[in-house]
Design a protein around this ligand. Sequence first.
Ligand code: GDP
Length: 138
Amino acid sequence: MERTLSIVKPDGVARGLIGEVVKRLEANDLKIAAMKMIHMTRSQAEGFYAVHKERPFFGSLTEFMSSGPCVVMVLEGENAIARYRELMGATNYKEADPGTIRADFATDIEKNVVHGSDAPETAAFEMGYFFNSFEIVG
Ligand code: GDP
């Protein structure tokens, strides 16, 4: 059993895609172990994406991520990190496999609807960034 962090980003929430994302998670046996809606400040978004602080898109990304509410979730399942990344599709929606969330709904390399942790270490950091242990059911 593995856990990963999922975010429906501000574009996904604004466009009414929370239910669509949740439907795909549940249909693919990724159990929701925690879930809440948040609206990050700029500095909270900067902390979350600190690993990208040298990238040229850091300013734009953190502005976008703090531009409106997000839904953050902890997902649980066998091989959850890789299986959720497969459901999301490639970062650039133009390269994402057909039928993935990003191929179906993303409009931009940045506004790509969803986030998912990419490794066990980042999943641990990211889940701890938004949830305490009492908020994750298991
Ligand atoms: P992810 O793990 O697939 O989300 O991709 P990364 O960790 O590489 O990037 C984090 C997020 O930064 C992506 O999901 C996009 O929202 C954004 N991003 C990545 N590459 C670019 C880029 O070249 N330009 C812009 N504006 N945003 C990007």
